[in-house]
Design a protein around this ligand. Sequence first.
Ligand code: FE2
Length: 306
Amino acid sequence: MMPPTPAQNGESPGSLAGRDADLQQMLTPEQRQQWQRDGYLVLPGFKPAAEVAAACARARALVEAFEPDASTSRFSTQDRSKLADAALLASAEQVRCFFEEEALDEAGRLRVPKAESINKIGHALHERDPVFTAFSHGPELAALARDLGLVQPQVWQSQIIFKQPRIGGVVDWHQDGSFFVTTPQTVTTFWFALEDATLDNGCLWVKPGGQRDALREQYVCDHATGTLSMRPLDRTPWPTTEGSVPLPAAAGTLVVFGGLLPHYSAPNRSARSRLAYTLHATCGTAAYAPENWLQRSPGFPVRGFL
Ligand code: FE2
């Protein structure tokens, strides 16, 4: 599917240019340099405490309202085949809950309280949920996206990521560009700490400069059959924690990084949860790969931060 034109987004190129001119600069010259050099930025206090509290409360309310059933998916980056189901594909335009790998026993029964069993909620919170729609849009995010080089941004995906106490799973080294292939590569991740992320509860780790690596693999969807698979592209070894840096982040911090930057997060064996919220945006001027798992139907076009 080709990306919608600005007209399909309800925005003309002229009005976008006009809006961009009105947006304040969000990044200092030093931050722009660091973005170019390291491939990521950490922006403490990007979100005010009240917005963070509202997002946390809404996340917990979504879990409370969730009724597990037989169609519910477990989520594990250790075993991608578990993602290859209709629930993931349907979540492109919905708000769905996915379990932690260790939350269910052999018989599929919950081993922990429901509130601690959810791995993530996705993937259209930024369009379907009023609290997260407000959280995901606005002039600050639009200005930041512009400063990072995103042209006619298209926000494809939103996720609440729980990293539950004691059972929050590892997210292995990967590049987000694998999941949002565009030509040229443009996907950018916006990672918001909704609770303090620390070394103990599984904060992000990144490889500075890794944005110059090749894309190592591509997550491919055969939309005719609903089959999902990971296609190897490049043999560059994944980083390890040696030569990488942890990014502890207080609640309200925004971490941004490009689609080629390798990153990882450790399991959470601590007693504290590590709630985060992410958005993934591409340039509307780049070609969005038809093999990407997340596609939008014509009646639900992708749009930007405003
Ligand atoms: Fe990621």
